[in-house]
Ligand binder design. Sequence first.
Ligand SMILES: [Zn+2]
Length: 477
Amino acid sequence: MIVHQAYRFALDPTPAQARALSARCGAARFAFNWGLALVKAVMNQREAEASYGVAPEDLTPAMHWSLPALRRRWNQAKGEVAPWWAECSKEAYSGGLDRLARALKNWSDSRTGKRAGPVVRFPRFKSKRRARRSCRFTTGGIRVEPDRHHVTLPKLGRIRTHESTRKLARRIEAGTARVMAATVCFEAGRWFCSFTCEVERNDQPPARPDAVVGVDLGVAHLAVVSQPLPGGTDAAGFVPNPKHLVRGSAALRGACRTVSRRRGPDRRTDTQPSKRWERANQRRNRIHHRIANLRRDGLHKLTTALAAEFGTIVVEDLNVAGMLRNRRLARAIADTGLAQIRCQLAYKTRWRGTWLIVADRWFPSSKTCSECGVVKVKLPLRVRVFTCESCGLRSDRDLNAARNLAALALRSTTGTGEAGDLEPQGSNGRGADRKTHSTWAGGDEAFTSHRATGSDEDRTTGNSVLPQRCYPDMVCR
Ligand SMILES: [Zn+2]
């Protein structure tokens, strides 16, 4: 299976190389801002002319904002607006203009209804102070050196990596990966290089291809799995919530206090930050990054373990963005990274050719008895133990939910629902162009099959199985 995958390595550039990397990112930002100013000027000019009653055919011609058009305009103007342009490779300017072209397209598509999802605003100028320093290279000498501790970037030359590049280098040597682009960015006081690769993956099938597992995600426990997974969960199937932010909060509090007691930047009084403030701020940023890294590591280990063991995984379609709007729960939910789990399971099951079933948002996984199938009308969140009045089942609330999710999969596979198309990924490979899901209003389960059939394409089917919110005929196995 050919997939697009990123390999990201921390860099250890020399001071001169770090300056050069910074210059590339600044050049990309400059080109972005220049193009945006031009587009805005033309738009405003046309608007003003129209308000004076100029006929539409006599208006200043509209500007094309495709990448080739922007690049042509840049090449005409660069001698005047940026006489220093030769200091950086043309890739840097092109990368900035590419970002502008995409931003304008997203805005325009969002306005005309071609793009689903949240409204995309008109792009804004990138500030020198606040913009993320990042720059993309798509052509030229982009290489991972065979010594596994250096990468080569166009015009920048060999840069030492902080960590070994063997994961990618091995694949390149074996001919199963091809580097398509490289992006450098500056994060938490360190430079990173991310390679976009086309990778030929041949992942092992899961250990138990016929096993079905339901995964209930939450805050009390990070995940509750309907069958225990050695190494991933405890004996009952619980994955504790590591609460990285809570654990790191004492250190963070101390670091924040130190920062607040030193002289920081202030735009109102034009105060430059002191060296001591900068050091303290760096320390604080490092703690934040450590927390994020720990969280990411834990989630990857969990999802990899699940995908490696079970042939079918059932999760709920959680409205994480909506849950984050609850100001009492937002921090605890954000600390778990619930949305990441589903995202990672989606591509990890695809790599292994297994199934990921996403239960409908309104599927009453918690309120249903996993033994006899009776659905409760109400079950407040504080009730942690599910007690069934009809069959007397007493079970942990989340474990009961996980079992219901697993049972849903067994029903789905034997159901005779209508098939529809459900494309989980954006068509442009970046996931940016969202498609409206074909889960229709009646409610159904998004039944996403990733069983590889020899071709590169992931075959996906939608399977309507159950009516929504009404489960009188719920049958347990
Ligand atoms: Zn029951």
